[in-house]
Design a protein around this ligand. Structure first.
Ligand code: ADP
Ligand code: 5GP
Length: 208
């Protein structure tokens, strides 16, 4: 048999569409899949934990990490830096673990450049009305931040073309299952494993 390398899955979509909720559900449903923990300069929200929700950094610390090449990608979003620490991802993928990056679109574009094997999934809200309802209902942002995030949503949806798959997030469990199906299909893609399969049979042929 061939040893499959882990799959890097990028999940994006407008703020409040349910990305975080879906990714959390996926990790609960399957402990073989890991969610990357990003670094950010944003303030922790109530209940968020260091090293679990994010690695919370000062601007100086974050900029130092950028200088040291510690990020796979990073971006400035709503006046704060966010970035994906590189080393943990490389180690997990090498160990055959599938990793989810829940990141926004500027970061996803950078990942497309550095990891062309990654799979890109865009989460859509059932409607803009429902999206606003979810952002407000989450209760984690000020009125001004809610307006900022909601106003960006329409423009963000226009970036759908950069992605491989879309999911309308109506029901969280169903959305999570749909992403597992995508992972399963991607792991049977000929282009991804052709060389490993040929090498395997080549080795077997020599033994026969
Ligand atoms: P994002 O990570 O995309 O910003 P969240 O996961 O924080 O969004 O979800 C925003 C809000 O919407 C949360 O209060 C969450 O509980 C709720 N939510 C997420 N998915 C659904 C869904 N399918 N149906 C109803 N509410 C949802
Ligand atoms: P929040 O402040 O709501 O936790 O996240 C704001 C936005 O930042 C979300 O769209 C989220 O997907 C994105 N984000 C979180 N971590 C990263 C990261 O490491 N890189 C990039 N580019 N975006 C991120």
């Amino acid at each position: 048999m061939i040893k499959k390398r882990g799959l890097l899955l990028v999940v994006s979509g407008p703020s409040g569409t349910g990305k975080g909720t879906i990714c959390k559900k996926m990790v609960e449903m399957n402990d073989a899949i890991k969610l990357s923990v990003s670094a950010t300069t944003r303030q922790p929200r109530l209940g968020e934990k260091e090293g679990i929700s994010y690695y919370f950094k000062t601007r100086e610390e974050f900029e130092k990490m950028v200088e040291n090449g510690e990020f796979l990608e990073h971006a400035m979003i709503y006046d704060n830096y966010y970035g994906t620490p590189k080393q943990a991802i490389v180690d997990q993928l090498d160990a055959g673990v599938d990793v989810i990056l829940e990141i926004e679109m500027q970061g996803a574009r950078q990942i497309r450049e550095v990891c062309p094997d990654a799979v890109f999934v865009f989460i859509l809200p059932p409607s803009l009305d429902e999206l606003k309802h979810r952002i407000v209902g989450r209760g984690t942002e000020t009125k001004e931040q809610i307006e900022k995030r909601f106003n960006s949503a329409y423009n963000e949806i226009k970036l759908l073309g950069d992605y491989d798959y879309f999911i309308f997030n109506n029901i969280v469990d169903k959305s999570a299952e749909e992403i597992f199906e995508i992972i399963k299909s991607e792991k049977s893609r000929v282009a991804r494993y052709k060389k490993d399969i040929f090498d395997m049979f080549e080795r077997e042929k020599e033994k026969c």
